[in-house]
Design a protein around this ligand. Structure first.
Ligand SMILES: [Zn+2]
Length: 397
């Protein structure tokens, strides 16, 4: 029996998930709830520890859109990267680093060459290295669960660091034939964070964009070549005072968040108190949010697991595309990101159907900064020229 799309979506219950002791129903509510959680008194502690305890994600005051964008990126890597644009001192880097407490688990290859079971599905036994082929036949797993990692690209990274190179320090000829994995290969199935992305050298940006587009990249050094998987969520942050981002790079970022300083006096006062408390005793601040962070991490993992079940109806999708057209946006990445972000949002709410409310919630961060005055003028000029050509060739005889 074929169901009408509306009937179908009414079959998906918008039932609040039951949770003991918490008033939130989805990630957005959790973010709102926790952003208002006051801190208790803190006791300064200086044990001389050098262990880095990140500021807890849910302890960041305000900045709800930034938090939501980062959570959507954790739930659905297909949102296509997150760009945080704002002046210094607006907690951009703090927010990205604080994701450490929320990172979900993924299946990761146990092999140096990164072989995966799906390589056997698609390419047979020749799709993996001899070691993995043997393991597979003996019934041993090729992957193990591992936490998603946050990899930061240093601004002074060289191209060799980014894509990998021949290991010149190794002593045996065999090892020298092996290529050292670059940051892009290490970023596979992880988050790749680039602060001040607008200041990065062009050759490095190009390598990153290529890898992001293909999900893999190949390097050749003399006779040796290797292809690495490189499927990552790119997170970039930039201060617009310090230079522009090439449009080609900006288009790669699905979600764009304008991060402004906190607007109200109470928010700024609360943020000041939390930062002071964190500097005095990071462990205690981390503990304050432990329960909620764990709940949020479980939410994210569940949402990731359910994501493949979440559908968007053609009726809702078409009306969204109409809006994109009305805005004069050409890049197809607009709708790809919009639908993927809305699917992640619906998954976080425990639903299997995207509602228009989901599209509504994520729309600003998807649609802003996509219109190009240049392209608009370019097409208008081009149409004029087209007309002129048609007119003139009418005079051919
Ligand atoms: Zn292998």
């Amino acid at each position: 029996m074929d169901l009408d799309e509306d009937q179908q979506s009414s079959l998906d219950d918008v039932k609040p998930k039951e949770r003991v002791g918490h008033a939130f129903r989805n990630l957005k509510e959790l973010v709102e709830y926790i952003s208002g959680k006051p801190l208790g008194a803190t006791v300064a502690e200086d044990a001389g520890l050098s262990e880095a305890i990140p500021f807890p994600f849910l302890g960041i005051v305000g900045q709800k859109e930034m938090k939501l964008a980062l959570l959507l990126g954790l739930i659905n890597p297909a949102v296509g990267g997150i760009l945080l644009i704002g002046p210094r001192g607006t907690a951009k880097t703090t927010a990205v680093r604080s994701l450490l407490g929320l990172l979900p688990m993924v299946d990761r290859s146990l092999c140096y060459y990164g072989c995966l079971p799906e390589d056997i599905t698609s390419g047979g036994m020749d799709g993996v290295c001899p070691d993995c082929a043997r393991k597979f036949l003996e019934g041993h797993p090729l992957t193990a669960p591992d936490r998603v990692r946050l990899i930061e690209l240093p601004l002074n990274a060289r191209l060799d660091d980014v894509v990998g190179t021949i290991d010149e320090k190794s002593t045996t000829p065999i090892e020298r034939m092996r290529l050292r994995r670059g940051i892009l290969a290490q970023a596979d199935r992880n988050l790749l964070y680039i602060d001040e992305i607008n200041l990065l050298a062009d050759d490095i940006i190009d390598a990153i964009l290529d890898a992001a587009a293909q999900g893999a990249y190949t390097i050749r050094r003399g006779l040796v070549s290797a292809t690495y998987r490189s499927r990552f969520v790119l997170i970039g942050s930039m201060n617009p005072e310090e230079g522009k981002l090439r449009p080609q790079i900006q288009d790669r970022f699905g979600l764009r968040v304008i991060v402004r300083g906190l607007q109200t006096e109470p928010e700024r006062w609360e943020a000041y108190n939390r930062v002071r408390a964190y500097l005095a005793n990071p462990r205690q601040i981390a503990n304050t949010y432990k329960v909620e962070l764990r709940a949020a991490a479980t939410e994210i993992q569940d949402a990731r697991a359910n994501l493949s079940l979440v559908k968007i109806s053609s009726r809702i999708a078409k009306s969204a595309i109409k809006i994109i057209q009305k805005l004069g946006i050409d890049s197809l990445r607009a709708e790809i990101t919009w639908f993927e972000a809305a699917r992640a949002y619906a998954a976080a709410d425990g639903r299997k159907q995207v509602l228009k409310e989901d599209l509504f919630e994520v729309a600003p961060m998807v649609l802003r900064l996509r219109r190009s005055a240049f392209i608009h003028k370019f097409f208008a000029d081009q149409q004029e020229e087209e007309k002129e050509i048609i007119n003139l060739i009418g005079g051919l005889h």
